[in-house]
Design a protein around this ligand. Sequence first.
Ligand code: NDP
Length: 333
Amino acid sequence: TVKWGLIGASTIARQFMINAIRSQPDGEVVAVMSSDAGRAERYARDNGIPHHFSDLDALLGSPVDAVYISTTNELHLEQTLAAARAGKHVLCEKPLALTSAEARKMVAACRKAGVVMGTNHHLRNAGAHRAMREAIAAGRIGRPIAARVFHAVYLPEHLQGWRIRRPEAGGGVVLDITVHDADTLRFVLGEDPSEISAVVQSAGLASGGLEDGAMTVMKFSSGLIAQTHESFTVRYAGTGFEVHGTEGSLIARDVMTQKPVGTLMLHTAAGEEELSFDREDLYTRALRQFHAAIRGEGAPSATGEDGVWSLAVAEAALESARKGRSVSIDPQL
Ligand code: NDP
């Protein structure tokens, strides 16, 4: 079995990750750590977790094999470094840290310790995105020319906390959602972006100088161009992901989400075809790949390096918005 310790008594762990771990034939959630002893105890009781801690060293000193880190973003760096020192495998939430330089330190520490490191970019595990990647690789749209990502949503009221109020915790829509879009573009297209221009806004929800809306355009190594729209304040836009090529277009709707839902259409000279795709839970699949990586079989769906990449894109987007000009993207890997 793989014994998991949760670092962070978070919403995402409660809603998706505890279940994803327990869905594995060999996965067990044995402990949770919260900065607050009372919350740790309640969270453990509510979720049937045998052990709870309010001290990181105590959790890392207990018999866990792997940790899932889903605290606020400014805490991921030190928690990952400590977990690596303790010889624990690390699945860390995105953004990996507040800067790509910090994220690179995390990757280096896990490599040095010989532990597996993954970034929880769930969208790579979505059947829709995997089907798009396969269709592109199989040449079904010819040469890809452009991509568009629609990821403007309304931040649910129960999550209207640090994300829109605390810059020091890594709030803002760019660190929250642009990182996912950057990772999904890299995964679906199979290539990396080299340059980005971005504008951001505060449309009424975020405070403290944080942005709650962003639009970016990127150039990829092949010459492909992509645009993205991220928001916390748009209620009815719906989400989508499109890739347009010389011979066809892939149009996915309702796929920038945590659930295995949505539709995928292929449009070519032959007409319109709906492509079917796997509907497995995204987080369950991520966990399965992570467990395989622990056994030495392949890599996590999104590696630590992938997390450095997505953060480097987000960082460049914020720099571009601040400076009012395009910025080159260099993850320095
Ligand atoms: P939450 O706000 O639910 O949890 C973050 C931290 O806030 C917790 O670790 C906890 O601290 C503290 N906290 C939670 N509830 C309370 C409360 N009622 N009172 C006081 N403090 C509380 O964040 P999310 O679960 O939304 O996000 C956590 C991380 O996961 C972030 O890095 C985020 O970017 C990422 N995320 C990733 C998703 C994905 O699909 N990949 C989806 C959603 C989030 P403590 O542990 O000290 O108790």
